[in-house]
Design a protein around this ligand. Structure first.
Ligand code: OKP
Ligand code: ZN
Length: 326
């Protein structure tokens, strides 16, 4: 469930999304593997230790206070309030570590987020070992999760963990291309001051689209990372003509960067019938998207992000991957 316009409504991010993706893979005859386990120290490569400790123990602490159900924040340290100390109060800490009320923590959240991260890390290891491509079927998604903040259904930043894993495997430069409808504010946050990971994102204009407070074109990185963040916000209604134009700008920047690998935050909520998004890509456009990504000729790791048109999500994801399977 999520708090949406003052009401608890069923979350758009559902287990059925994975079932539909797996069904499409089965129809295509594609096998799926389960990744191994990773030590939590790997998560600390992109997330702060206090944040990870909070996420790990949040629901047990909630239960120890005699509560059950959905852990939803109601207070946030907004403008003019203190962020230099983390309160003891559990509800206050919950608000401290998130930026929205739409991403409840439940009993299985840590286990699921950790398992999704392991999928991305496992796929990163496959690419680091020399594979042309790999795909990580992550749920929950990750690109809204920052160094020490969750939100937008995201708790651990799967794509950022994968990019860091590739760096740690010895690849000097890694590019992240985020094609989810929503701006990947967490990925931008994590790599903001770095010049070894280029972050490029195509997304709905934050002036009207979630996550609203980040994702504008004038955000280019800071310090050593100046110029290594590229945002390409696009208006509601953008179709393949507009989208593919921005995609060429993205790949022009990536080509100059000349990375050793590409991590794609693969949201398919750019689909025309997505219930919470505003672009107009068709199922056949996802074939073209996959072909364009593959044409970059880079070792490529695709990490599942959003996509909420559940009946079509399988065909849309499989469409992108088709270019890598041929
Ligand atoms: C996640 B991903 C609040 C509405 C917020 C969150 C959308 C998260 C999208 N009630 N909706 O980028 O696909
Ligand atoms: Zn999205």
């Amino acid at each position: 469930m999520e708090l949406h316009r003052g009401e608890l409504v069923p979350s758009f991010e559902t287990p059925a999304r994975v079932e539909h993706i797996l069904a499409a893979f089965a129809r295509a005859g594609w096998a799926v593997e389960t990744p191994g386990e990773y030590d939590d120290a790997v998560l600390a490569r992109v997330h702060d230790a206090d944040y990870l400790a909070f996420l790990r123990g949040a629901y047990e602490a909630w239960q120890a206070e005699g509560r059950d159900g959905y852990m939803i924040p109601g207070a946030f340290p907004a403008c003019g309030m203190r962020r230099d100390r983390v309160p003891d109060n559990l509800h206050a800490r919950l608000g401290y570590y998130t930026f929205d009320a739409g991403s409840p923590i439940v009993a299985g959240t840590w286990r699921a987020a950790r398992a999704a991260a392991h999928c991305a890390l496992g796929a990163a290891d496959v690419v680091a070992a020399g594979a042309r491509s790999a795909y990580a079927l992550c749920r929950p998604p990750g690109h809204h999760a920052g160094r020490a903040v969750f939100g937008g259904y995201c708790f651990l930043n799967n794509a950022a963990l994968a990019a860091q894993r590739l760096r740690d495997a010895g690849l000097a430069r890694v590019a992240v291309l985020d094609v989810d409808y929503h701006h990947g504010n967490g990925t931008q946050d994590i790599f903001w001051e770095r010049d070894d990971v280029l972050v490029v994102s195509l997304h709905g204009d934050p002036n009207t689209e979630y996550p609203f407070y980040l994702g504008y074109a004038d955000e280019r990185g800071a310090g050593a990372g100046t110029g290594f963040n590229l945002n390409l916000p696009l208006p509601r209604g953008t179709d393949w003509a507009g989208y593919s134009h921005a995609l060429e700008q993205a790949f022009a920047r990536i080509a100059v960067f000349a990375p050793q690998a590409l991590v794609v935050s693969l949201g398919v909520d750019t689909f025309q019938d997505d219930p919470i998004s505003g672009f107009a890509l068709s199922t056949s456009d996802f074939l073209r998207l996959g072909e364009r990504i593959a044409a970059a000729g880079l070792p490529t790791l695709l990490v599942q992000e959003g996509g909420y048109a559940v009946a079509e999500i399988g065909d849309n994801v499989a469409g992108v991957l088709a270019a890598f399977v041929a």
